[in-house]
Design a binder for this molecule. Structure first.
Ligand SMILES: [Fe+2]
Ligand SMILES: [Fe+2]
Length: 213
């Protein structure tokens, strides 16, 4: 599958998981949120899934997509990759905190952290879908995108298998290594991206349709 399609599918999946954490979408989800009727187990499972998805997604982007983007030598893409890496650092900090504390932290603390994470992810996804991915769509050939897509899928499978093997061995879940984060500047506070988000979605749906034709 085309690498850009794969990345956007991941984004959709993460968005869906955030909705699940809040009790689901639609009117039922809204009622459950307002009445505080989302079971603790469901919230905990959603947090674990979100952390896992973001962990794998940021890895495949950093290991495969971003290096391919940098190899285009397009200055605008290089700038966007640098910005994205800084934003990933923020996302990873939230994920590390959630993995370490979500079992014992208060609901209020989890809600605050999840809300900050969702806001940062929305902002980042919006920039990728509005700026970086459309540019890569132009710069990379269809066969390059397909080959990147195959590498991304293979890497995701390998990361998934490694996780299953670790779970079967019963090894305690470790906090994600932060070595790659050392030395990087903390990203500037991500601005709220609600308005851009809807624009990004519209753009990505249009792009999806255009690619389907
Ligand atoms: Fe990213
Ligand atoms: Fe992404």
């Amino acid at each position: 599958m085309d690498a850009i399609e794969l990345i956007m599918k991941d984004h959709d999946r993460v968005e869906e998981l955030f909705a699940r954490f809040k009790g689901g979408g639609g009117l039922t989800g809204l009622v459950r949120r307002v009445t505080g009727n989302v079971p603790a187990r469901e919230r905990r499972t959603a947090v674990e899934h979100i952390c896992r998805e973001l962990d794998v997604h940021t890895r495949v982007e950093e290991e495969i997509l971003y290096p391919a983007a940098q190899a285009t030598a397009d200055t605008e893409v290089q700038r966007l990759v640098a910005e994205s890496l800084a934003e990933h650092t923020r996302v990873k900090e939230h994920v590390a905190w959630l993995r370490e504390h979500h079992a014992e932290a208060s609901d209020e603390d989890i809600d605050a952290r999840m809300s900050a994470l969702e806001q940062d992810v929305q902002h980042h996804v919006s920039e990728e879908e509005n700026d970086m991915l459309p540019r890569l769509q132009e710069l990379l050939s269809e066969s390059d995108r397909a080959s990147l897509g195959r590498r991304i899928q293979a890497r995701k499978r390998a990361l998934g298998e490694r996780r299953v093997a670790r779970t079967q061995r019963g090894a305690p879940r470790k906090r994600r290594a932060t070595g790659s984060q050392r030395g990087r500047k903390t990203a500037a506070r991500a601005r709220k991206s609600g308005a851009r988000k809807s624009g990004a979605r519209a753009t990505s749906k249009r792009n999806k349709k255009a690619r389907a034709r």
